[in-house]
Design a binder for this molecule. Structure first.
Ligand code: NAD
Length: 479
């Protein structure tokens, strides 16, 4: 039998692949890693990364809190010094989003992710003596990173988890591995320069779904944190390990008749257009009371929305929706258009519009697939309702019960409270762009892992720690 060059390559790749997987299984049961050195935390196989992280964590936890605090301060500075570089890498590798918005996301993660201050110990004292509660690390955490925030999620998880005294093994998205891994390396170099151990953050050169599963099942991984769509959340939940899961959303944005329409129009375009809508919490559908809809659309158009009509809406739907799903059920977007600029999407339906356009606005009916699908791109459906109660009832349906994010523009405090309660979401934003919910122009800290399915919400350093209590009976009251 004659074997041509391509067949030979395929055979060799298959053999290497099998060897790699077998190694993974053997090591998973007995963890005999051989790869000792890495390029700033980036290993060629996941078991070596796990073992290195385990050794690093043992050393890391010996450092003083003061040193841990200094390391975190230096990490923040390193990210600020490299904002342009990592933002450019993320956009070039994934072709998702907008450069200026990526800079803001990375800056936000560097500056507003809580550090050690989030771990404040608590003490109780009464007639029985004194009780102290402190927060301890889990050890080595496994973290699965999405393609949509490949650098900001690493910065955010990295700072939070290190602040908690943990080491981390990341499994980045295969399509965003270089920018995630570069960010991990930068952080590792900073830790070492500040006097910490090597490999506090680890990853692998070529992450895959298989390596994610090894991570999920590995006995040395004490906590799994996953940020992504429904498949990875389900896989992690099925692993039997303790999981913190940040899953998908489909945030509805309701606009009532009392809203400040000038502000609402501007906020919605800024929010829905942020990083071309690839952020899970961005406004994904607008549900407006009919009486104010025309004025709202006018305000949106003044701020960078371009309204599509009739046949244009049909064409754009065909383009960006791969599977239309059905009312009450999600479909799937066409990956080719995820995170793309609005003007490029418009170009593909034969429309030339300004590259400054932030969103393509489409007024549609309630059954339309644009409403039910988490598209992660700047084509934004708008539906009219007779009254605000109908809009809010519909918001509950098209959010699919994810309980992730929802928002409202209204000055009626009864309406604001009613919707906040009925949506029951991890994030609820009143009278602002949705991104203000993660501390970008809104009060409070930031998180890029909003753990809705498992209930932790906006994760932070304390989320990644174990609470430990020590009780001294009969002494230590000072009064
Ligand atoms: P994705 O689900 O395709 O991938 C996310 C990560 O999971 C990747 O690393 C991928 O390799 C891994 N993965 C996917 N399927 C897996 C499986 N079956 N087993 C093991 N690993 C698997 O998501 P994406 O396109 O990278 O990111 C967008 C999705 O993530 C959206 O649904 C968005 O809403 C969600 N997201 C949520 C949050 C949040 O905080 N809740 C933040 C960012 C993104």
């Amino acid at each position: 039998m004659k074997i041509n060059e391509d067949d030979l390559k395929l055979i060799i790749e298959n053999v290497l692949d099998k060897l790699g997987k077998t190694e993974g299984k053997i090591e998973n049961s007995d963890s005999l890693s051989t790869e000792k050195s890495s390029q700033d935390g980036i290993f060629s196989d996941i078991n070596s990364a796990i073992n290195a992280a385990e050794s690093a964590q043992i050393e890391f936890i010996k450092l003083s809190l003061e040193k841990r605090g200094e390391i975190i301060r230096n990490i923040r500075q390193t990210i600020l010094d490299n904002l342009e570089k990592i933002s450019k890498m993320a956009i070039e590798e994934t072709s998702f989003g907008r450069f200026a918005d990526k800079i803001e996301k990375n800056r936000l993660a560097a500056l507003k992710t809580p550090g050690l201050e989030d771990l404040e110990p608590t003490a109780y004292s009464d007639d029985h003596g004194m009780t102290l509660t402190e927060r301890a690390p889990f050890g080595v955490i496994g973290s699965i990173i999405p393609s949509t925030n490949p650098t900001s999620s690493v910065i955010n998880n990295g700072i939070s988890m290190i602040a908690g005294g943990n080491a981390v093994v990341f499994n980045p998205h295969p399509a965003a591995k270089n920018s995630s891994n570069f960010t991990i390396s930068l952080i590792n170099q900073t830790v070492v320069k500040a006097g910490g151990p090597q490999n506090v953050l680890c990853s692998i050169k070529n992450p895959t779904i298989d390596s994610a599963h090894i991570l999920m099942e590995h006995p040395k991984i004490k906590l799994m944190v996953v940020t992504g769509g429904p498949a990875v959340v389900k896989a992690a939940m099925d692993s039997g390990k303790k999981v913190i899961a940040a899953g998908p959303g489909n945030p509805p944005c309701v606009v009532g008749q009392t809203a400040d329409l000038e502000k609402a129009g501007r906020d919605i375009v800024n929010g829905a257009g942020f990083d071309n809508n690839i952020v899970c919490l961005c406004e994904k559908e607008i549900l407006a009371v009919s009486q104010i809809t025309d004025k709202l659309k006018e305000e949106m158009k003044k701020n960078g929305a371009y309204e599509l009509k009739g046949e244009q809406i049909e064409k754009v739907t065909e383009l960006v929706i791969a599977d239309p799903g059905k009312p009450g059920h999600e479909g799937a977007p066409n990956k080719k258009y995820v995170g793309k600029d609005a003007y490029l999407i418009a170009r593909d339906i034969g429309l030339t519009i300004s590259p400054e356009t932030r969103i393509l606005l489409c007024e549609v009916n309630k059954e339309h697939p644009l409403v039910w699908t988490e598209q992660l791109l700047p084509v934004i459906p708008l539906v009219r309702f007779d009254c605000i109660d109908d809009a809010m009832d519909f918001a509950l349906k098209c959010e699919h019960g994810f309980r992730h994010t929802a928002s409202i523009h209204s000055k009626n405090i009864a309406t604001l409270s009613k919707m906040a309660k009925m949506m029951d979401c991890s994030l609820f934003i009143k009278n602002g762009p949705n991104y203000s919910g993660i501390g970008f122009g809104g009060a409070g800290y930031t998180s890029f892992t909003i753990a809705t399915p498992t209930g932790e919400g906006m994760t932070r350093a304390r989320t990644f720690t174990r609470e430990r209590r020590c009780v001294l009976v009969g002494y230590f009251r000072i009064v």
